[in-house]
Design a protein. Sequence first.
Length: 328
Amino acid sequence: MAFNINEEYRLRWLDNKFRTGGKFTKQELLDSFERENPHESYAMRTLEKDLARIKSKVELDYGYVQKRRCYVYRDRRQSYFEVGDINKILLVEKFVGMMSQIDGIGIFNGVVESLHKLAEKYSIDLNEEPIISFDTDNNLRGLRRIDSYYNAIKNKQVLCIKFESFNKDINDKYKEIIIHPYFLKEYANRWYLIGYTETHKDKTCLPIDRIQGCTIKNDIVYREKDSKIDYLRLFDDRIGVGTGKYIELSVRVCQARYRYLQYKPLHSSQELEKCDEKGWYVLNYKILDNEELRQKLLSYGSELEVLEPQYLRGIMTKRLKKSLKQYE
C-alpha cells in the first residue's frame, strides 16, 4: 500500500469515522479532523483524493441530509484497511457465533471475551436471532470439568480418573484409571481425554461424559507423550473412536446410495473402483474395522453389500439374519 505516514493517518481516521455508521459532509469531516488534530491541516482537495481512494476498495455511498451531501459506508462492518470484503466479515460472524455457544467454560472464557470484542468491532449483533448453528452441545455431561483436564495436560500432571463402566454388576459400576493426559479432542459431538494408561498405552480415549471425578496424583512421575503420534489426526483412519485392525474394505452400493456417498463419503479414503453390469457401484476404503464401522454399514440396509474382507461379510450376514429372525 503506497502512501506516506500522513496519508495513512488520514485514511485510517476517515475509515474509523465511516465505520461508526455516521453520515458526514466534506466540510464536517474537515472541521472534525482539525478539531482532533489542531496542529495538522487538511485541504478540501486532499480530502477528495482520500475519499476517492477509499471508494476504490469500500462501498462509499452518499446521500442528502437537509440538502447537504453526506458520505457514509454502505456497510459499516467493512474497512479500507482490515476487512476488504463482506465474505471476511461473514467468516468472523460465523466464528464468533460458534465460540459463543461454549461461553462459560473456563478455558474458553478468554477466547470468547476476545471474540465479543471482535464482534463489537465489526458491528456483529450477538443478540440477533441466529441464522447458523454448529454441532456443539454446551450441556454435554462432564464438559464443565474440562478445565481440570486442560490444566493437568498443561502442567503435566497425572490423574486418577473415576470412570463409569458398562458392567452389568451395579457394584462394579465405576473403576479407577490412572492416566497421563496428553490431549483434549472434540469429535462427533463428544469430548475425549486422550493419554497414556498401562492398559491401552498412548491411545487411551476416555469420553469425558463418563468421567465422574478426578484427582491429581503427585506421587507418580508424568510420562511424556510419544512425539510420533499426531493427536490432531488420531481418528482420521476410522469411523468413531473404537479400535480395531486396519482393513481394505470393499462394498457395493446401489445408484441412489452412491449419489449420496459422492457428496458425503462414508470415509475420507473412499475411492470408486467401477460400476458393475447391474448399475451398482463398487467402492474401496482403507479403514479400521471397529464396531462403529459395522453399525454404519448395517444402517444402509439393502442399499449396501460388503464384498471384502470375507470375515466382515460373514459378520454382516449373521447379524442381518439374526435381525430378520426377530421379525419372523
